[in-house]
Design a protein around this ligand. Structure first.
Ligand code: ZN
Length: 91
């Protein structure tokens, strides 16, 4: 196991690995336990395959946003839709 870097070392050598910034969606997903994260992945898949538009859409970013907000996860539907359409910072 490598020891944690000292502050000086870390400030002076920025790793490319830690350079990547996850989007709000991924950061929120990382706070969840395994079961919740798996359910979230399934919800994202359902949104992707739901071909309905407008009110015909059963699974939508708005739906997921309201469910997450209801359970105390603060996220906006634009963050979710950016992640789904791969226009976010983690893709
Ligand atoms: Zn993302």
């Amino acid at each position: 196991m490598e020891q944690a870097k000292s502050l000086v070392a870390e400030l002076l050598s920025r790793d490319v690995d830690t350079n990547r910034i996850d989007c709000g969606f991924t950061r929120l997903r990382n706070q969840m336990d395994v079961e919740e994260a798996e359910a979230l992945d399934k919800a994202i898949e359902l949104i992707k395959i739901d071909n309905g538009s407008g009110k015909a859409k059963v699974y939508s970013c708005q739906w997921l946003t309201s469910v997450l907000n209801k359970h105390g996860y603060k996220i906006s539907s634009s963050t979710i839709s950016r992640h789904i359409s791969k226009r976010c910072s983690c893709e």
